[in-house]
Design a protein around this ligand. Structure first.
Ligand code: BTN
Length: 246
């Protein structure tokens, strides 16, 4: 293991937390150690030397400026919901972002949280079903400058509210909320929130399904959290994949 510092504790919410000053990737850590760890183990880090984004992209984040963490799911019943766990996580993060009285928060299906047109959070779920799922979250909190080369411009909570945020307080609040809402899943509430904060709604998009590209307009999210796209005369229900906005 590459971490330079580890602290493990169990809190009243009954989850465990391991914090690293530095690690290659909190997703990698939980993936390689899942056999030894409990359901709802959180791993967080000040810095990741090999932070990973979706589609083999790199996730860069300045040390100590952002909230970088992953959590492990091993619970059999929750694993049955694995196709929607990223979206539920995005909903919980968007809700926390809104508590800072930030306007224009939305979810870009399947797993980005945006403020306006800028990305404030990315989520990468990886796993080996039916054994485990690791959900990794990078939430931009206090970082001010972001690379100009990103696929989508990024922002942070601090850039929007113009105030430094206490990352530990935010972390505790978010972890408590995530555990509590995942243990007592209310899919209807999450779906309603998602439908009311759907960045892609009415946008013209391109999506590839089974190697076949489709161009169409997003008309909503169905009851299974799939993205609904009208393409020519067809109504597509997309359950995963990259959506390109045209
Ligand atoms: C994306 O938008 O491409 C997903 C980004 C996910 C980044 C987080 S940071 C914590 C966790 N560890 C990683 O290596 N990646 C995720």
């Amino acid at each position: 293991m590459e971490g330079t510092f580890i602290l493990v504790y169990y809190n009243s919410m009954n989850y465990s937390l391991i914090h690293f000053k530095e690690i290659d990737s909190t997703n990698n850590y939980l993936k390689s150690s899942y056999r030894l760890l409990d359901n709802f183990t959180f791993a967080s880090a000040d810095y990741q030397s090999h932070g990973k984004g979706r589609n083999n992209r790199i996730w860069n984040s300045e040390s100590g400026e952002n909230l970088l963490f992953s959590f492990l799911i091993k619970d059999e019943n929750l694993l049955k919901e694995s196709p929607i766990i990223s979206l539920i996580t995005a909903v919980e993060i968007a809700k926390i972002v809104e508590t800072y009285k930030i306007k224009g928060v939305s979810i870009k299906w399947p797993n980005d949280v945006l403020i306006g047109d800028k990305k404030v959070c990315g989520i990468l779920a990886e796993g080996e079903l039916p054994n485990y799922l690791v959900v990794g979250i990078g939430l931009n909190v206090n970082q001010k400058e972001f690379s100009k080369d990103l696929r989508r411009p990024a922002t942070s909570l601090k850039n929007v509210i113009k105030k430094e945020i206490d990352i530990n307080q935010l972390k505790e609040k978010l972890f408590d909320q995530l555990v509590s809402n995942l243990k007592n899943l209310n899919k209807d509430d999450s779906l309603e929130y998602l439908r009311n904060h759907n960045y892609l709604l009415n946008k013209r998009v391109r999506v590839v399904v089974n190697n076949q590209p489709f161009i169409g307009e997003v008309i909503g999210v169905d009851e299974n959290f799939c993205l609904q796209i009208v393409s020519s005369d067809m109504l597509l229900h997309i359950d995963s994949g990259e959506i390109e906005i045209l």
